[in-house]
Design a protein around this ligand. Structure first.
Ligand SMILES: Nc1ncnc2c1ncn2[C@@H]1O[C@H](COP(=O)(O)OP(=O)(O)OP(=O)(O)O)[C@@H](O)[C@H]1O
Ligand SMILES: [Mg+2]
Length: 352
């Protein structure tokens, strides 16, 4: 059942289709198709006020990606949510099996969710169990039904796709990482540097142990360039991407530097909260994904600031690529921005 992973962000919609064969040691994953389309500015941030245009923009993006990127044999769509429409929290509760988890979780979760429990969809992932105390820690994920339904409707509106899975951006990114490093027990931090949001996923002993979302993103660089040089939003974006020369390159570099230091501060805050529970936690490595990972020199900048190796995460590096079908240089460039859609396309239950 080919499933297209769609990561629809505030800046761009990204789609990945994989061809997955075999299981376990015989698993073979090849890239089947990929595409990226810019979203109308601001529309994805208006779900609350204007759900109809947002839904339409989403379904248009999905349908055109299927057409342009020739993903026609993908009949199902896996999507992800992010932002303040959802709640991700590590909680502690009495031990149950993964099977019984959902039923028990609804009761346990009530105290952590600021909405009536019948208005949310809840899911959970067991992280660790403490046999002696009869307690386990669970990653609780809750999303408002209304938001999930908007996404489902957007898929149905395409008329060519059916909804398959609704996941969470940061957990999809973890999925992509887990595929690339299946046996790693390393403590690492995954950063999804998007246009409006940054997700920081803290991994401990190979499991996501906490997820932070910060309102700092690449759009801030564009906005600051726009203000500093008095140029249009389009020109500011072109300057940021290097397609147009900056009126003052030193000032432009300082703007990027400033946002980079905001990101480093966000990491420090995330680490501080993790260390409340685990004072000894220290990451061995960071991986950067999202459009921000494409910023020249950012990984080096972070490595210097954090004193820990920072690498750009490219999910395509671990795949079979047909050179007749794909341009390797383009895949190397765009890979980090496609990491969430890749994580949605690679469904765990089939891979394991
Ligand atoms: N080469 C590059 N240099 C600098 N910035 C880049 C580059 N390529 C992309 N970006 C920026 O990355 C951002 C888009 O990244 P991404 O596609 O991950 O965002 P998104 O998923 O749409 O946003 P969000 O997750 O915050 O809703 C844009 O702000 C874009 O300008
Ligand atoms: Mg994103």
């Amino acid at each position: 059942m080919p499933v297209i992973g769609f990561d629809i962000g505030t800046y761009a919609a990204k789609a990945v289709l994989l061809s997955i064969k075999g299981k376990g040691r015989n698993l073979s994953v090849a890239l089947d198709g990929l595409g990226l389309a810019q979203m109308p500015l601001g529309i994805m941030g208006q779900w609350e006020e204007q759900p109809i245009p947002a839904r339409r923009a989403m379904s248009v993006a999905m349908a055109s990606l299927v057409k342009l990127a020739k993903l026609r044999h993908g009949r199902f769509a896996a999507l992800s949510l992010s932002g303040d429409t959802m709640i991700i929290k590590k909680i502690s509760m009495p031990t149950t099996t993964q099977k019984e988890l959902r039923a028990t979780l609804a009761l346990e979760a009530e105290q952590y969710i600021p909405y009536p429990i019948n208005e949310v969809i809840i899911d959970g992932h067991i992280l660790a169990t403490d046999e002696q105390r009869g307690q386990m820690s669970v990653l609780l994920v809750a999303a408002r039904k209304e938001v999930v339904n908007n996404y489902i409707q957007a898929v149905n509106m395409t008329k060519i796709l059916k909804p398959n899975v609704i996941d969470v951006d940061s957990l999809a990114l973890f999925n992509a990482y887990d595929f690339a490093h299946p046996d790693s027990r390393e403590n690492v931090i995954l950063m999804d540097l998007g246009a409006s949001l940054t997700h920081i996923t803290v991994i401990q002993d190979g499991q996501p142990s906490s997820i932070k979302e910060e309102n700092v993103g690449c759009q801030r660089i564009t906005d600051d360039i726009e203000d500093a040089f008095g140029v249009s939003q389009e020109e500011a974006e072109a300057i940021k991407l290097g397609a147009q020369a900056a009126p003052n390159p030193t000032e432009a570099a300082a703007i990027v530097e400033r946002v980079a230091s905001n990101w480093v501060a966000a990491i420090d805050r995330a680490l501080e909260t993790v260390r409340v529970e685990n004072p000894d936690y220290s990451p061995a490595r960071y991986y950067l994904a999202g459009g921000g990972a494409l910023i020249k020199g950012l990984a080096e900048n972070f490595t210097n600031s954090l004193g820990v190796p920072v690498e750009v995460f490219n999910p395509f590096r671990y795949l079979k690529i047909n050179p007749k079908k794909f341009d390797q240089a383009y895949l190397d460039y765009i890979g980090p921005q496609m990491a969430v859609s890749f994580g949605l396309a690679i469904r765990k239950e089939e891979v394991r």
